[in-house]
Design a protein around this ligand. Structure first.
Ligand code: WTA
Length: 658
């Protein structure tokens, strides 16, 4: 038995395509979309009249100026709700207050040191956001300017995002696990004028040096001169930090005496709301640009459909706001839908492996949305951490970030969901702004491992390399044939790369970068990336980025990074390195791991380092990644190697493995 099966105490080995879980009747009777017929009707409505469909839904948003046109589609450039003006923070806060939800809980926060807890009503959250917004305006931050946010998962992170949105500044959230070099890259690319950070953050009882990382980023010689004029620092851990006079200001000083009713700036529907950097197959991370009106409508509508939000729900999405999931389903989606959110600062295994279940027992969330890699960890840690905790508040479970293996799905369904909670396996991307394919909990029968069907307004197709649709059952590239309100509007500062990456290989269609297959029932099964992007514990990493980080070390001549299967993380990072000088020792492996941490962040540190005399390449000089992947996975080398430039390279590599 595998580790997961042992943890689950059962063997799940059925043909998953034929294993179907119907939606529970209790759900269907109350759901917004409560039958497949209702889903099909909505789907067809959107397909036949895309603009009319979104026009009807956009009426639920608080526009300060109505739009003149729903969609201006000039492929690949889309403008949604042309001419309309709206503020995303007002859609999340002021609108809820205006519709009688001011006293409702908006946000519950649980801190890492046990016992810390804070709660905000929509009115209280609004007041905090207004104070920070006024403080940022006082610093001179203008609409359209970029503000980086590098913070621990505290209420202030959500508040900072909404405060930027309120004044029309474009936020660029940088995950707290990224290094100073990664911060410097992002600040430079976005020309950020300010950084909002904290002295530190808690992680498994240790203090992260967040302010120090920002200081180092602003001193980075490779990124001079910096565009950053101000650093705002939240006091979180109380650790000692250097404050630079004239540049740095404490959060509590910034907000002191500021009004609790700063008016929202009415932004053009197509004004950028945020940038979020993500890894692609080439070069540095790209700043994915999302705009205001279409994004907020997409985040809100998809949250309502997929999580079937009800007024008394408490929604716990475990993602950090450093990722798109934290943007769309911690902050914007649920709050714009008027739902209450739960956020937690720490790791699931600190101070013990039952922390999440303890939180569920105490806070009683009704919806729990997490990543398959986390589920596989829970399975590994064992039942003893779960048994005895009351999880009966849960009514719906979700997953995101990577495909979920059927064993983990069934474990999640039985152990966490008590067999009563439907599971929504949601497929989407940083670029799509929100969920694209997912079961709807009141209607779609689910199959473990499939994200099932597209949401209304989403038009996927699976095509071959020539761009022709493939037959059902055959694999191919996943593309989208029509625009949707939450789609990315570009790559920050690089329109040519936007056109090339997403719209050129299959002209006129959005190339998602994933392989997929449709089964006989039309259900979609995602089969992994078509490019050199790795998915390590649900995080997107570029092989090229890791290779560049390695090559920037003086001892390294050449490097190739590939993924290999990993029980918990899904994929692990394996690298093959040829040395310029130095000995291929374990000590050097440690040095290289640290170097990658410094260049990118801990999440990119290689799991395996193989030293080799040279790398296998094709005659045209391309690294033979497929071969390296097989070697990294410990498989017998397969495939056509006749184009190998130097067979001896392969022999040496194999020797290195043995
Ligand atoms: C993968 C995360 C299978 C996929 C929201 C996609 C998935 C990439 C799923 C985007 C899923 C995400 N099933 N694969 N349910 N969800 N992926 O931008 O390869 O961090 O292209 O967005 O994650 O990752 P990103």
């Amino acid at each position: 038995m595998t580790m997961q099966e042992k943890a689950a105490g059962r063997v799940a080995s059925v043909m998953q395509e034929d294993r179907v879980f119907p939606p529970p009747a209790e759900f269907s009777s109350r759901a917004r979309i409560g039958s497949m017929a209702a889903y099909q009707k909505l789907y067809d409505e959107a397909k036949n009249d895309l603009e009319g469909f979104w026009h009807a839904r956009a009426q639920t948003l608080p526009w300060s100026t109505p739009y003149a046109k729903v969609l201006d589609w000039n492929p690949p450039h889309a403008k949604w709700f042309v001419g309309g003006r709206i503020n995303a923070s007002a859609a999340c806060l002021d609108h809820q207050i205006a519709t009688g939800k001011g006293g409702k809980t908006a946000l519950v926060w649980v801190g890492e040191p046990t016992g810390e807890r804070r709660e905000f009503t929509f009115e209280q959250l609004h007041a905090e956001v207004c104070r920070v917004a006024a403080g940022l305006q006082k610093l001179g931050i203008q609409p359209g300017q970029v503000v980086s946010i590098y913070m621990p998962m505290t209420p202030e992170l959500v508040i900072a995002m909404l405060a930027c949105a309120r004044i029309g500044a474009v936020h660029s959230v940088i995950f707290g696990g990224f290094s100073s070099e990664a911060i410097a890259d992002r600040n430079q690319d976005a020309k950020a004028v300010a950084v909002i950070t904290a002295d530190g953050g808690w992680r498994r009882g240790a203090q992260l040096p967040l302010k120090k990382n920002v200081d180092d980023a602003l001193k980075s010689a490779a990124h001079e001169p910096t565009s950053v004029k101000n650093v705002i620092v939240l006091k979180r851990t109380g650790q000692a930090v250097d404050m630079v006079a004239g540049r740095d200001v404490w959060w509590h000083d910034l907000v002191a005496g500021q009004p609790a009713d700063t008016p929202p700036v009415a932004m053009d529907s197509e004004a950028p709301l945020f940038i979020l950097y993500t890894s692609g197959s080439t070069g540095k991370p790209k700043g994915i640009k999302h705009t205001t009106g279409g994004y907020i409508l997409w985040a809100k509508t998809t949250a309502e459909w997929v999580f079937d939000l009800r007024d008394d729900d408490l929604f716990w999405c475990t993602a950090d706001c450093g990722w798109i999931t934290g943007h769309s389903y911690v902050t914007y989606g649920p709050l714009a839908a008027g739902a209450s959110i739960l956020i937690y600062e720490g790791a699931p295994n600190a101070p013990h492996e039952g922390r999440f279940w303890e939180i569920i027992e105490q806070e009683k969330p009704t919806i729990f949305y997490t990543a398959p890699t986390a589920i596989r960890s829970f399975m590994k840690w064992g039942m003893q951490h779960i048994e005895g905790h009351d999880l009966s508040s849960l009514r719906l479970l979700g997953t995101v970030g990577e495909g979920i293996n059927p064993e983990a799905w069934i474990w999640y369904h039985e152990v966490i969901g008590g067999k009563r909670c439907p599971i929504v396996d949601t497929w989407w991307q940083t670029e799509t702004g929100g969920i694209m394919m997912s079961p709807l909990p009141g209607c779609t029968p689910t199959k473990p491992g499939s994200c099932t069907l597209p949401l209304p307004g989403v038009c996927p197709e699976i095509v071959d390399a020539a761009g022709h649709p493939v037959e059902k059952g055959e694999g191919g590239w996943l593309v989208m044939t029509k625009p949707w309100p939450g789609m990315l509007r570009g790559i920050w500062g690089d329109d040519a790369r936007f056109v090339e990456t997403y719209w050129s290989r299959v002209p006129g269609k959005y190339l998602a970068g994933d392989n997929a297959r449709q089964d006989k029932d039309g259900y979609y099964w995602i089969m992994g990336r078509i490019d050199d992007v790795l998915n390590v514990a649900g995080h997107r990493l570029s092989t090229i980025e890791i290779e560049s980080a390695l090559v920037s070390h003086p001892s390294v001549a050449e490097a190739a990074a590939v993924g290999r299967p990993h029980d918990v993380k899904g994929e692990a990072v394996a690298v093959f390195v040829t040395l310029r000088d130095g000995e291929p020792t374990d000590a050097l492996k440690d040095v290289l791991r640290k170097h990658v941490r410094h260049q990118i962040g801990a999440l990119a540190a290689p799991d395996d380092i193989h030293f080799t005399a040279s790398l296998p390449k094709t005659r045209s000089g391309k690294i033979m990644r497929r071969l390296l992947r097989d070697i990294a996975a410990g498989k017998e080398t397969v495939g056509d190697t006749t184009t190998l430039e130097d067979y001896s390279v392969l022999a040496k590599l194999r020797g290195d493995q043995e």
